[in-house]
Design a binder for this molecule. Structure first.
Ligand SMILES: Cc1cc2nc3c(=O)[nH]c(=O)nc-3n(C[C@H](O)[C@H](O)[C@H](O)COP(=O)(O)OP(=O)(O)OC[C@H]3O[C@@H](n4cnc5c(N)ncnc54)[C@H](O)[C@@H]3O)c2cc1C
Length: 370
């Protein structure tokens, strides 16, 4: 008989969402996190946007789970007093040539079931007088939230359901057994192991390596991750009120484009850019050398921002399945029984909108297993 019914590897927002949901009916669950606190990696280094689900390929997991996750997220935040605001968003065309792209964005979002409106330049300027616009797409259901309050909620729900969260527990090996899996962990230099019937790999930037520990040839199946850093620049307080909602440019192939983000404290920042890293070291410094390029991108949407109005802020790292220049790939969320790993679920490449999707991912994983 295994020690635990379920082991969740990774205490980011996704692992925590899964643990909090599954522990309602399955309290013999353990969540294993390698750091000394949960949510210290990508989950606390992002834009904290509740995405509407506009850009993703219709029918993809990203699209379906984002739309479902957004609805679930608003209810969850309201019911549990998690700070959030349905602040809304504009995607603005900053050149006459970009106007034609708004229709495509509108159509894609509408196919995903997202409520959107196309605005002419005058109507867009009524909402945001300081932006450069030749027309825009308005998204009334986009919002922002406190990811830390969300993760605290998931954590306390998991504990209150009677499950365990083990910190400083890196998983370093996995063996398949007839009745489940033996997990090898290293806790403060001491090696130990225990068993679980079901394993859920939500290890974020390390998820491909955890899949490899379970015996999957990650190059062969396309699970190997590459890291793409996203940096932010903060705006001086005197210019923080230039916009009152999120303002995005028309997206490029590599991402949504550097955009204006208003947070719950009323601060304004811009980001994230996309910088593919050559290795897997966690480099979170934001280079002062990016100031000029950032200011230029920002001025496409907010012409009043000068180079000196911004300063390097935070950064996060995306776990990407696609290499630089390749089209976006969908999330991998798979019960690996066809690879001989009954009861083992992999979540790989959970980049944006993973935070928004987290309550829907938890529902999806539950259905994969039960
Ligand atoms: C710059 C940026 C902006 C973003 N903006 C948004 C946004 O506005 N809205 C949105 O919806 N999404 C956004 N995202 C995406 C979102 O942040 C992620 O999808 C989400 O945080 C992923 O959560 P996770 O739990 O999968 O990963 P993580 O937060 O990375 O958690 C994984 C955890 O697993 C642990 N771990 C790894 N290996 C092991 C191991 N061997 N043993 C034990 N533990 C292990 C790690 O320590 C980590 O704590 C953004 C991402 C980035 C990078």
């Amino acid at each position: 008989m295994p020690d635990f019914e379920i082991a969740v590897i990774g205490g980011g927002v996704v692992g925590l969402a899964i643990a909090s949901r599954l522990s309602v009916k399955h309290p013999n669950l353990v969540l294993l996190e390698k750091n000394s606190k949960y949510g210290e990696e990508t989950s606390s280094r992002n834009s904290e946007v509740i995405h509407a689900g506009i850009y993703y390929k219709p029918g993809s997991l990203k699209a379906l789970l984002c739309v479902e996750g957004r609805e679930r997220m608003y209810s969850l935040c309201k019911q549990n007093n998690i700070a959030h605001k349905q602040i809304t968003k504009l995607i603005t065309s900053s050149t006459p040539e970009e106007v034609s792209k708004l229709e495509g964005i509108y159509e894609n979002g509408t196919k995903n079931g997202v409520l959107l409106q196309i605005l002419d330049a005058e109507s867009a300027r009524k909402l945001e007088p300081n932006i450069c616009t030749y027309g825009a797409v308005f998204s009334p259901t986009t919002g922002i939230l406190s990811v830390h309050e969300l993760m605290d909620y998931y954590y306390h729900t998991t504990i209150n359901n009677g499950a365990n969260v083990q910190l400083r527990c890196p998983v370093i090996g996995i063996d398949k057994k007839p009745d489940g899996y033996e997990l090898h962990i290293e806790e403060q230099g001491q090696r130990s192991s225990f068993s679980a019937e079901l394993v859920i790999n939500a290890a974020g930037l390390g998820a491909d390596l955890v899949a490899q520990m379970a015996g999957i040839d990650i190059d062969n199946v396309g699970y190997r991750l590459v890291f793409a850093k996203g940096s932010y620049f903060a705006v001086v307080p005197s210019k923080a009120k230039l916009v009152s909602r999120l303002v995005y440019p028309v997206p490029s192939t590599e991402g949504l484009g550097v955009h204006a983000l208003v947070d719950l404290g009323g601060r304004l920042k811009f980001g994230p850019d996309v910088e593919y890293l050559n290795d897997r070291t966690f480099q979170y410094n934001v280079s002062e050398g990016k100031r000029k390029a950032f200011a230029e991108s920002i001025r496409r949407i907010l012409p009043a921002i000068a180079d000196d109005d911004i300063s390097p802020d935070m950064s996060g790292i995306r776990p990407k399945l696609q290499r630089k220049g390749e089209p976006a790939k969908d999330f991998v969320i798979v019960h690996e029984k066809e690879r001989g790993l009954e009861g083992f679920v992999n979540l790989i490449g959970i980049e944006s909108p993973g935070l928004t999707c987290s309550p829907a991912i938890a529902r999806y994983v539950e259905e994969l297993l039960f």
